[in-house]
Write a protein that binds this ligand. Structure first.
Ligand code: ADP
Length: 189
């Protein structure tokens, strides 16, 4: 059945970078709803058209759309041997939908990548310069952090209540340092 691991953490904590590396190391697909949604926007699909303005404002795309997208992705062959989920679930409604789709107890663990707020904002502003992402400007960044606190952070309590352990990893330092911490967390838990 392979490993089914979930990544939690605020925008800018480095989830995407670390999840991609970890997925490669474990030989499972990296499933990022942010990447999938941006791809839909680029291709101009119906979903992309519905999501574009919402994403640009830093708000959450409606649950039913995101849940349907993830279910389709999890039904593909390469996900049969496990996966790393990044950016999903982002609230309790999505977490319940995931439990329903894969069965409670199917998740092995959640890795919570942490960094302090000043560092997060700094990294996101830098990414705005590097990558030109539409949702990386100061107003939107503040909103995304607020949405994280209101909607996503409650999952740090939800999962332990549902028998999935949440392991916190310090996201400060170099990419290599953080990756090493994550590998240790995986081996120890
Ligand atoms: P970040 O972690 O920097 O916020 P992501 O790439 O994970 O970036 O997500 C970018 C945007 O895509 C979010 O701000 C949101 O609008 C949308 N999005 C991604 N995943 C979800 C999800 N699970 N539910 C709703 N919206 C999502």
């Amino acid at each position: 059945m392979g490993r089914r691991i979930l990544f939690l953490g605020p925008p800018g904590a480095g989830k995407g970078t670390q999840a991609e590396r970890l997925a490669r190391a474990l030989g499972v697909p990296h499933i990022s709803t942010g990447v999938m949604l941006r791809d839909n926007v680029t291709r101009g699909t119906d979903l992309g058209k519905k999501a574009q303005a919402i994403m640009a404002a830093g708000d959450l795309v409606p649950d039913d759309l995101v849940v349907a997208m993830v279910k389709d992705r999890l039904a593909q062959d390469d996900a049969a041997c496990g996966y790393l989920l990044d950016g999903f679930p982002r609230n309790v409604v999505q977490a319940r939908a995931l439990d329903e789709a894969i069965g409670t107890g199917a998740l092995e663990m959640a890795l919570l990548l942490e960094a302090d707020e000043e560092e997060l904002v700094g990294r996101l502003l830098q990414r705005a310069l590097d990558e030109g992402r539409e949702d990386d400007n100061e107003t939107t960044i503040r909103n995304r952090l607020q949405v994280y606190r209101d909607e996503t952070e409650p999952l740090v309590g939800y999962y332990p209540e549902n028998d999935v352990s949440v392991v916190a990893v310090d996201g400060m330092g170099t990419i290599e340092e953080v990756f090493a911490r994550m590998m240790t967390a995986l081996v120890d838990n």
